[in-house]
Design a binder for this molecule. Structure first.
Ligand code: ATP
Length: 922
């Protein structure tokens, strides 16, 4: 059965599951203390990186062809074909070119959007905890090689195929591999040779999910050599699903296409029957109408705006995993956030120890084990306080963290709460490594938020079993019947400990109680949660400070101003949570709701409570799910944070599930819509602001583009109805659409957040893109553009100007109007002529310059004159064209001013301004 050290490879061909753990380690040339760095390098040279072969790239042609599948493109293509049949070669060529250019633009933009998402996917690469050179490190999963010893904890995605060599209650969800949704218990015992893959208890396969317990495994297969690699399953990544808004837009596009076709058919019939135009003549007019009304650039710009939003969010450390979250963020009305690590910095320092009848202060900050112990301001020698030393010894034994010096800086691995206990123990002169040797650990009940307790079983030098626990005070007190006093053990004074815990928590400190019991558990050598039930001796309490993140208070205020309520859901003590809440402006003056109360309320009562209160303490993951449901039932759009494997249901249920990038388990990240790279609450506020901006920018673009189509269509309809010469030919109309949407319109996708974006109420998810007010603006600007262009065209014709010159002037007048209107649209309601208004978006200016250059080419280049029927203009003509476009700017600013005034009056009169999303209770 022995194999050479490089045998790690295909975990299927090798019968790793039939071998004992030590045999596997031998066969792989590995040991429990892990590989050395040089050995890792050597093996990587043989086995390569632990990743699946790149997914076979789709040929570039498929996404290109997909761009043709768009109703608007169908309409244009049909028009082009019929125009060609009618032998209007130039118009047909321009129409075909327009189809092609639009498809190319859409293709390029989609590629850009995809590249942005791919980059974000790369940022989400999973990590693994590995033992190398005897030390535990966090590495990227791609760096694993066969023989690496990997630690697993609940919530981890299994990073490679592993033969388990140590298991502590490990349960794995193997659905990604076997389709079996029931979790599988794992052991280290050997399986029979013919055990099929789903039944192998001693193996954990890459891509599956640890949902409970802990384990250690040795890597037996990496990359393509894993079971996952073998079935070539795709890695999950950023799902490119269409967002509700994109779907709404494409529906809008389809409806618009039908309306345009009907309108064109009616105009055609009208022209032929009523006006007696020739069929061909009338067809060309109808083509002009259709071409003018179709917003060709719409889908491409939407995608780009969304992708830019996603990129901006990732720059602000919020990584969007599912695109619909970008829009949902804009409508969020409630953010439910964890406390530890999100509102606070998760850098824990023990400040207070209550034990042996003493209340002891501990000095020092951070993880450097330097600081004095003092009682009432008098420095003491900790070694002279046996009760203190016993409590600290227990705290450092029941502990999975580690403390090291790297480049003269003290760094920790593992849970900061536990690390803080190691630090305080070291301050008292206890050496963790030495103590773990003299009290070797035999078994563990890991800490879980549901239980709020951790226990470890040790055997000391005399082989007497010792169980130590630490956890939430009420939880630990429940299992104690005695306490350590300066003179030995005495009956438990529960009230005393409860009072001390409450006063410690009221200072905003995180409180943990420590207890121990001598004697064996029910089954020797193993430890179960049922063993942590009674007979313990209370050793002491520790109070740990976890400083607030400095930027959070301002972010909470910002959310409140934006009409978003912030609720804290924490596993911590109610008094700690309230004190932290008070410092941040969350739930001031209102009592906290305790997890047990949530459990006792029915759904209807919970709905009322959840609206009134903002702090939920001692809450566990299943409470989170109920809270999300209750809030949603009250009409709220909920963002919920989470990090544990059990948070997944709540994250999925929330409108925006937010996982923690640093602290979060892979399970939470996969359930989430967004991952915070820095675990920081302020990042959520920033993401909301970006989400609102994306929606604003999409709206700005629609608002900008529709009047171009509307204005042109009105010009053409007027010409048909009143039998003028067409002021714009079909080719010219297409030119205007292409130039304005692909240069000017694109600028709006880059528009930065408006100053007031976080001062308005959240948008109702049902709110339509084009409110009545904005529909009115579209009409107003369409009429202004059409009136101006048509008036000038007719005036010019009457004063003897050639049709070509009058048309060229009309084209330039419309484009000029669009340039002015672009400036209006940089702000939906705010005036543009403020300090930053005109110069805030450099891209807007760049596109105006680019657009002017294109218009010069259109007007003066002989080739363009030939294709588009344009002619060179004199400078007076330019002034006239600009003068026709300019009024749009003034009129729209005036309209914004009037709407602002009306809203201000309504607000003064106490009316709710229209359009804001208000939940039932507000
Ligand atoms: P949140 O992150 O949800 O804001 P939290 O991190 O404070 O809250 P938990 O981690 O569930 O919530 O901790 C709840 C309580 O469990 C803590 O107040 C503390 O008393 C206890 N506790 C926390 N970490 C540990 C640990 N590693 N071992 C034992 N007990 C712990």
């Amino acid at each position: 059965m022995r194999r050479p050290a490089d045998a790690g490879g295909n975990s299927n061909e090798n019968n790793w599951h039939t071998m004992q753990p030590d045999e596997v380690l031998d066969a792989l040339g590995a040991s429990r203390s892990g590989l050395t760095d040089s050995e890792v390098e050597r093996r990587r040279a043989v086995h390569g990186w632990n990743r699946l072969a790149a997914v076979r790239k789709q040929s570039a042609l498929v996404p290109f062809i997909r761009q043709f599948h768009n109703v608007l493109i169908y309409v244009m293509s049909c028009a082009a074909i019929v125009t060609a049949v009618l032998q209007h070669w130039v118009d047909a060529a321009v129409l075909f070119a327009a189809v092609l250019i639009n498809v190319v633009i859409a293709y390029v933009q989609e590629g850009r959007a995809q590249a942005a998402l791919d980059a974000i996917r790369a940022m989400m690469s999973p990590h693994a905890t590995v033992t190398r050179n005897g030390r535990t490190l966090d590495v990227e999963a791609v760096e694993l090689v066969p023989g690496d010893v990997v630690q697993l904890a609940a919530g981890d995605r299994i990073p490679a195929d592993l033969r388990l060599i140590g298991v502590d209650g490990l349960q794995v969800d193997e659905a990604p591999l076997t389709g079996e949704s029931a979790p599988v218990w794992k052991t280290i015992g050997v399986d029979d040779e013919d055990t099929s893959l789903p039944d192998r208890r001693s193996m954990a396969y890459s891509g599956t999910l640890a949902i409970h317990g802990q384990a250690t495994g040795v890597v037996v297969g990496t990359g393509a050599q894993t079971e996952l690699g073998r079935i070539n399953h795709l890695l999950t990544g950023v799902a490119p699903t269409a967002t509700p808004l994109l779907r709404q837009i494409s529906r809008f596009g389809r409806v618009l296409a039908v309306v345009i076709l009907l309108l064109s058919a009616a105009t055609y019939a009208l022209g032929v029957i009523w006006r007696g135009e020739t069929l061909t003549e009338m067809f060309m007019m109808t083509v002009a109408l259709a071409a003018s009304a179709i917003p060709e650039g719409l889908p491409a710009i939407m995608t780009v705006t969304l992708a830019i939003g996603v990129q901006r969010m990732s720059r602000r450390r919020a990584i969007v995993c599912r695109l619909p979250a970008v829009e949902a963020l804009g409508s969020v009305t409630v953010i439910c956030t964890d406390k530890t690590g999100t509102l606070t910095s998760n850098e824990m320092t023990v400040q207070r120890v209550v034990c042996g009848g003493h209340d002891i202060d501990v000095g020092g900050v951070g993880y450097a084990p330097v600081g004095d112990f003092s009682i009432d301001g008098r420095v003491i020698d900790p070694s002279r306080y046996p009760a203190l030393m016993e409590a600290l010894l227990a705290a450092s034994l029941c502990n999975d963290a580690s403390l090291d010096v790297e480049d003269e800086v003290w760094v920790i691995t593992g849970d900061p709460t536990e690390a803080a206990l190691l630090v305080v123990a070291k301050k008292a002169g206890l050496d963790h490594d030495r103590e773990t040797v003299s009290h070797p650990r035999v078994a563990t009940v890991p800490f879980a938020s549901e239980n709020r307790i951790m226990g470890t079983l040790h055997s000391d030098v005399d082989r007497t079993p010792l169980i130590v626990v630490k956890g939430a005070p009420e939880r630990v007190l429940d299992i104690c019947d005695s306490q350590r006093s300066p003179h030995g053990e005495e009956p438990l004074d529960r009230l005393y400990w409860q009072r001390m815990a409450a006063t410690t928590a009221a200072q905003g400190l995180r409180v943990l109680a420590i207890a121990r019991r001598c004697g064996a558990p029910r089954n020797a050598g193993t430890l179960d949660i049922a063993d942590l039930d009674s007979g313990f001796t209370m050793l002491g309490l520790v109070g740990i400070i976890d400083a607030l993140r400095p930027e959070v208070a301002a972010a909470v205020r910002e959310c409140h101003r934006a009409g978003i309520r912030v609720k804290m859901i924490t596993g911590d003590h109610a008094a700690t949570a309230r004190e932290i809440g008070a410092q941040l402006g969350i739930g001031i003056g209102k009592p906290a709701v305790i997890g047990s109360e949530i459990a006792s309320l029915n759904d209807t009562d919970l709905q009322t409570v959840v609206q009134e209160r903002d702090i939920f303490a001692r809450a566990s993951p299943e409470h989170k799910l109920r809270l999300v449901r209750a809030l949603q039932a009250g009409g709220e759009v909920v963002a919920m944070t989470g990090d544990g494997v059990n948070d997944s249901p709540a994250l999925k249920k929330a409108d925006v599930g937010i996982a923690m990038g640093c602290r979060g388990t892979e399970a939470a990240k996969e359930a989430a819509d967004m991952v915070l790279a820095d675990d920081n609450f302020a990042t959520i506020a920033a993401a909301v602001s970006e989400g609102r901006t994306v929606y604003d920018n999409i709206r700005k673009f629609v608002l900008f583009m529709l009047p171009t189509n509307g204005g042109e269509a009105l010009v053409v309809i007027a010409a048909i109805l009143f039998q003028f010469t067409l002021p714009l030919t079909p080719a010219q109309v297409l030119w205007i659409n292409l130039v304005t949407s692909s240069t000017l319109g694109l600028a709006l996708a880059f528009e930065p957040p408006e100053a007031g974006v976080m001062r308005r109420k959240p948008r109702a998810p049902s709110e339509s893109l084009l409110s009545r007010h904005f529909a009115w603006r579209v009409l107003l600007v369409s009429v202004l553009m059409a009136g101006g262009a048509l008036g000038m065209f007719l005036w010019e014709l009457r004063s003897g100007t050639s049709v070509e010159t009058a048309r060229t002037m009309a084209v330039n007048a419309i484009v000029a109007a669009e340039m002015f209107y672009l400036l209006n649209n940089r702000f939906l309601l705010e005036p543009v002529l403020n300090r930053i208004g005109l110069f805030g978006n450099k891209i807007a200016f760049a596109t105006v310059v680019a657009c002017t250059a294109l218009q010069l080419v259109f007007t003066y280049a002989p080739a363009m004159n030939a294709v588009f029927g344009s002619t060179p203009l004199g400078y007076v003509d330019w002034i006239k064209a600009a003068a026709v476009g300019a009024p749009v700017f003034g009129v729209v600013e005036l309209e914004k001013f009037m709407v602002r005034r009306r809203k201000a009056r309504a607000a003064l009169a106490g009316e709710e301004p229209k359009g804001g999303h208000t939940a039932a209770h507000r």
